[in-house]
Design a protein around this ligand. Structure first.
Ligand SMILES: [Zn+2]
Ligand SMILES: [Zn+2]
Length: 681
């Protein structure tokens, strides 16, 4: 697999990106358009033409502000707009529209709008901190994936109580509803201003700026900023400061350590409440915590960061995933290959990875005066297997799969449990096919991918088709053909997808599939990538029907991404309560007293003989204690056995989270569990 799937998680994203629809009424001519007095006074300046999202174009006098147009439009958009977007430039509503172009208004329902919302909230945070700690100096305060932060240099170490005080001050600033006012200064004036305010980091930023500095005021607070911002602080009504962490100035550990306060803010109260609930739920499901509690895996500093130890229970789940994966691959025409963990450096020269992937590769090691490289990818090995003999058009398509473990360098700061690691096993495969087989291969791959993801309980998907970037290898004609094949495949399978224009890898177009977990977070797992580059670099050929040599098309694909990350996503998706077919222990037998041990042992043997994974808890603990522990371990079935059960040859069934479901005969319990295992329920 060429791309960066596997180790690089796609963090959870915001939803509801859709822009608000514009008010039905278009700008009326009674507004700013060519007013007779305006033209009549000889003030005629060249008007600008603004094109609205519905395609309507109107002329406006030069000097018009976004807010003036908005006032004219009225309606919901006028109430909810927080910035204007003119072509690709986002501007404060209070700014003069500098030229003609396509104009739309952003609300907090769009990702760009939300970024402005969050970034403006960072100003409110800084304003509050400055009031409480006048000696504080500020570094950067950007929006992040969910919320915002500001890096602050202040002699005190912020405590949770300090965050509450800062929140209270922020509430005052919000209530004061200060407008954000932009001012453009020359460099000297800006330097003087921030020197006077003793803002050392801002002085450094001004020095680096490649453009004239702009500042924004909200009430008494001044910040160096390019903008844009909300019209006023009053919009930041629902916010919360989440945490504080250390962060080096400019990310360099030789620089001073600053304090980074993280926060979130939303336009609606319900959004903030929902967010806080989700955070709470996500914390409970955090795979790092469950990994420890359920004894699934660990990371050990003596081994090294980003390197995973799979414990027996996690190992068992992985075994079940791999077993299913292998069966399905065999049934879908794949063959398995195995390849080494290191290879001569020259191989990576040929493949081009030394050129475009070097930053993610470890240093080579010397063996017999030759340099060897630990592998960051499996692809070159599969290419070499292809080259090991003459291939005929009759041999194609070839589908080679490998659970290949690769190692990639990631900065230690970005490592995160199972989600971002330094060593991981990709469920990798490469297809080699003739051009006339490409459509069928894509169809097959899409069907196979969806089947695999659904089997693990993921049916809510987001699909992206990425097209040709500016710098790319391969002929335009090939790109078009491959992109068409991907698009046709998606359409044939009636899958909804979005196009990411120009976001393909330089070697070919691709389809990425993100899965949505039970908390609505998306994770990128599957990718299908056409590659025109590697077959060229390795000079792959097959003998065609015409007896001549032809170049095969290569497809890289991963369905689960990496086993490590997929496992992490699964742990959080299921909150550790895996479906029966994956649960390391499916049934635990719980005798109430020692007198039932023999009967309980018999039941356990019957379960094992039926192919189920059963355990017996024969410790001399109270049964309530044993049940609680089995619940914590998220064992799907508990069979409780007391005197009554033993006498009647029955069991009392209790299911994880569902509670007691009464007495049952053991053959009925066994067949119920077997049915669920078969259907992967
Ligand atoms: Zn590959
Ligand atoms: Zn700003």
């Amino acid at each position: 697999m060429q791309g960066v799937t596997g180790s690089n998680p796609v963090p959870p994203t915001l939803e509801n990106y859709a822009l608000l629809p514009y008010a039905k009424t278009p700008p009326t001519s009674g507004g700013f358009l060519f007013r007779a007095d305006y033209i009549g006074k000889g003030n005629r300046v060249p008007p600008i033409t603004l094109t609205f999202p519905d395609g309507r174009a109107r002329e406006y006098p030069e000097g018009i502000k976004a807010s003036e147009i908005l006032a004219e439009i009225g309606g919901r958009i006028a109430r909810e707009a927080i910035a204007a977007k003119l072509d690709s430039e986002i501007l404060d509503l209070s700014r003069v529209l500098p030229h003609s172009g396509r104009l739309l208004f952003l609300t907090a329902d769009s990702p760009e709008g939300m970024e402005i919302f969050w970034h403006s909230s960072a100003h409110v945070l800084a304003h509050a901190v400055k009031e409480l700690y006048p000696e504080a100096q500020f570094a950067f305060g950007p929006p992040v994936e969910e919320g915002f932060y500001y890096d602050i240099d202040v002699p005190t170490t912020f405590t949770p109580e300090d965050l509450l005080r800062i929140e209270a001050k922020m509430a005052e600033i919000v209530a004061a509803d200060f407008p954000f006012v932009r001012e453009e200064l020359d460099k000297e004036a800006a330097l003087a201003l921030f020197r006077e305010r003793k803002e050392g980091y801002k002085l450094q930023q001004i020095d680096r700026l490649g453009e004239p500095p702009s500042i924004y005021r909200d009430g008494p607070f001044i910040d160096l900023c390019r903008g844009p911002h909300l019209p006023s602080t009053g919009l930041v009504r629902y916010f919360k400061l989440m945490s504080v962490a250390g962060a080096y100035w400019l990310g360099d550990e030789k620089n001073p350590m600053l304090q980074r306060i993280y926060g979130v803010a939303f336009p609606k109260k319900s959004q903030l409440e929902e967010y806080l609930l989700r955070i709470e739920e996500a914390k409970k499901r955090d795979h790092r915590r469950l990994g420890r509690e359920l004894d699934l895996y660990s990371i050990n500093d003596e081994i090294g960061p980003g390197l995973i130890l799979w414990h027996p229970k996690g190992g068992f789940i992985r075994y079940k995933i791999e077993e299913f994966w292998r069966q399905e691959h065999l049934q879908n025409g794949y063959e398995f290959v195995y390849t080494p963990h290191i290879a001569r450096l020259d191989l990576w020269q040929t493949s081009g990875h030394l050129g475009f992937f070097k930053d993610n590769m470890y240093q080579p090691t010397e063996v017999d005066e030759q340099l060897y490289q630990i592998k960051p990818m499996n692809c070159p090995f599969h290419l070499q297997i292809f080259r090991s003999q003459t291939r005929s058009y009759r041999n194609l398509p070839i589908r080679w799969a490998e659970l290949g473990t690769v190692y990639r360098y990631e900065r230690s700061g970005v490592l995160h449990g199972l989600m971002r690691v330094r060593g991981f096993t990709q469920d990798d495969a490469h297809h080699f096919c003739r051009p006339d087989q490409l459509d069928d291969e894509i169809d097959m791959l899409l069907g196979f991918t969806l089947h695999m993801l659904r089997s693990f309980g993921f049916s809510d998907l987001e699909i992206y088709l990425s097209t040709r970037p500016e710098h790319a290898v391969g002929s335009l004609e090939n790109w078009e053909r491959a992109t068409d094949a991907l698009r046709a495949g998606l359409e044939k399978a009636q899958l909804k997808y979005q196009i990411d224009p120009g976001e393909g890898v330089f070697y070919g177009p691709k389809i990425d599939i993100k899965i949505k977990d039970s908390l609505g977070r998306t994770w990128q797992c599957s990718t299908i990538q056409v590659d025109f580059n590697e077959p060229e670099r390795f000079d792959l050929t097959y003998v065609g029907q015409d007896g001549k040599e032809h170049r095969p098309i290569m497809i890289h694909r991963a369905l689960l991404g990496s086993l490590e990350r997929f496992f992490g996503v699964m742990i959080e998706h299921y909150a550790g309560a895996f479906p029966l077919w994956l649960a390391p222990t499916q049934v635990v037998v719980l005798p109430i007293t020692e007198k039932q041990h023999e009967y309980a042992e018999q039941i356990k043997r019957q379960l094992l003989a039926a192919g189920l994974r059963a355990e017996m808890d024969d410790r001399s603990e109270k049964v309530g204690y044993k049940i609680r522990e089995a619940e914590t371990q998220k064992i799907p079935y508990m069979l409780i056995i007391g005197q009554k059960e033993a006498e009647q040859n029955l069991v009392s069934v209790r299911k994880h989270r569902e509670g007691d479901s009464g007495l049952a005969e053991i053959p009925a319990v066994i067949s119920e569990i077997q049915d669920k295992v078969r259907s992967k329920a």
